[in-house]
Design a protein around this ligand. Structure first.
Ligand code: BES
Ligand code: ZN
Ligand code: ZN
Length: 483
């Protein structure tokens, strides 16, 4: 896809559609010969300009086949999120009428700069134009703006981030038999080839055995595919020792193990590597943006399969950190593989902070519904900064408690800790488990089981993998670059 800018509506390219955003109860003006046509649906009472409302008007062929009027809601209520929603609706209209080239007039606002509007508009447009069946047709976008240089810059950056989002979605939506740990590692290698500034190390089973990743190896035991740990590094500021380490859950399929999931519960478990794919997406985005920061991602990856070799309930396994862990639930596998990756990050990568992300618990959905992700942290500063990035990008989280008392529920009679206690507060117990493996390093944990995946398209998020988390983390890292 190509995005260009132009400052004069009269010099716009021929296209399949001209897109005009209209505020509620306002009438379009300064549109020359198009004005009468655009006013017609308003006069007829067919179009009021409510948020995301769409009206199609015949265009002025051959200049454009059609005009897409999109409602922006009330002028005084405009937010960046309402812009994302409105242009998400435009993307869906483009998909329906197979528009491949569009000209968009950037709507004027007293509240937001044209750059900010262009960024939000493209986030909505490029998110909603993704389709798992690859029927995407949008190829050329021309932004008509009073500030072409600034807007082009914002558009180029947004396109880089949204490309990463779309690529992560492709990985998450692919068959579990295709995206195995080995293939996930290849996907990381492909990023290295495309984005030269990334260094990728693949740790195979033998290496994991030698480095004592006892929990990852336990979860992986019944699988016919071998586990991997993927380590991606990006050094954008060689003179600084500041280093953010991301850790992403890369379970390529979660059957639940011997605590087998129901068929319904298993149906979407190919997406249980969302955290890992999101980490790869963030690495792709920051390297293509060339941010002046240092970031690594560690992605422990395996399949939680069932079979005669499966790891067993009641057995005790030794973590890379040396902790012994009693397995009380083989379906609480994500925290096990993350624990080994966290201890590797702490011991080897000299992190200034660690942020882990993954589809950890169904309980987070029970607690927060599908609007928010859970955010847990041992650092108020880190939690607040990540929370703020969530608000800015509308990939929102809610800060959850991590009080000492919860740890009692993970005490084991036969080991240092047990991996689950299914009674109550499932997401908090998962975070409490992970906390044991980070020592005193500032750490945050995102439980994205509530938002990684959607059974039906929702606003500008397409059906299935959402890629939610990438924009948030990129925003956080962009602010780190500035701080
Ligand atoms: N991968 C699941 C979590 C999940 C559930 C992701 C629903 C997406 C949608 C995770 O491995 C899991 O099974 N967690 C258990 C934890 C429990 C056994 C303590 C759960 O949520 O039931
Ligand atoms: Zn599970
Ligand atoms: Zn899982």
């Amino acid at each position: 896809m190509q995005i260009q800018t132009c400052s004069d509506i009269d010099r716009r390219e021929r296209s399949d559609a001209l897109v005009l955003g209209l505020f509620q109860s306002e009438t379009p003006s300064n549109l020359g010969i198009l004005e009468e046509r655009c006013v017609a649906p308003i006069k007829a009472g067919d179009f009021e300009g409510t948020l995301g409302q769409i009206a199609l008007v015949w265009g002025n062929e051959p200049q454009e086949k059609r005009i897409i009027l999109v409602g922006l809601g009330k002028r005084e209520e405009l937010t960046l999120e309402s812009i994302r929603k409105a242009y998400g609706a435009v993307a869906k209209t483009c998909l329906k009428c197979r528009a491949a080239s569009i000209n968009i007039v950037i709507p004027g606002s007293e509240t937001f700069s044209e750059e900010c509007i262009a960024k939000a508009l493209l986030e909505g447009l490029l998110s909603a134009s993704y389709s798992v069946k690859k029927e995407q047709v949008l190829e050329d976008v021309l932004l008509i703006t009073n500030q072409p240089e600034h807007v082009q810059h914002a558009a180029d950056r947004t396109l880089k981030v949204m490309r990463a989002v779309r690529r992560a979605r492709d990985l998450i939506n692919a068959n579990a038999d295709e995206v195995t740990p080995e293939r996930l590692a290849e996907a990381a290698k492909e990023l290295q080839q495309e984005f030269g500034r990334l260094k990728v190390q693949i740790k195979d089973k033998k290496w994991l055995e030698e480095d004592n990743w006892g929990l990852l190896l336990a979860v992986s035991r019944a699988a016919s595919v071998e586990p991997r740990a993927i380590v991606v590094s990006y050094v954008g500021n060689p003179t600084s020792s500041d280093h953010t380490v991301l850790v992403g859950k890369g379970i390529t399929y979660d059957t639940g193990g011997l605590k087998l999931k129901s068929s319904d519960g298993m149906l979407h478990m190919r997406s249980d590597m969302s955290g890992g794919a999101i980490c790869l997406g963030v690495m792709q985005a920051i390297s293509s943006l060339g941010l002046r920061i240092n970031v690594s991602a560690v992605i422990p990856s395996c399949e939680n399969a069932i079979g005669p070799d499966a790891y067993k309930l009641g057995d005790v396994y030794k973590a890379r950190s040396g902790h012994t862990v009693e397995i009380t639930n083989t379906d609480a596998e994500g925290r096990l593989i993350l624990a080994d990756a966290l201890s590797y990050a702490v011991d080897v990568l000299e992190p200034s902070r660690i942020i882990d992300i993954g589809t950890l618990t169904g309980s987070i959905e029970a607690a927060l519904g599908n609007e928010l992700m859970g955010l847990f942290s041992n650092s108020d500063l880190l939690a607040n900064e990540l929370f703020a990035s969530g608000q800015r990008t509308h990939e929102r989280s809610w800060i959850m408690p991590l009080y000492e008392e919860y740890a009692d529920q993970l005490l084991s009679d036969v080991a240092d800790i047990k991996n689950a206690n299914t009674a109550k507060a499932g997401s908090i117990l998962c975070a409490t488990f992970l906390k044991q493996f980070v020592g005193s390093v500032p750490w945050a944990h995102f439980d994205i089981a509530s938002v990684a995946f959607t059974k039906e398209a929702k606003g500008y998020l397409p059906k299935l993998a959402t890629g939610v988390g990438i924009r948030l983390l990129v925003d956080y890292l962009e602010h780190k670059e500035g701080s």
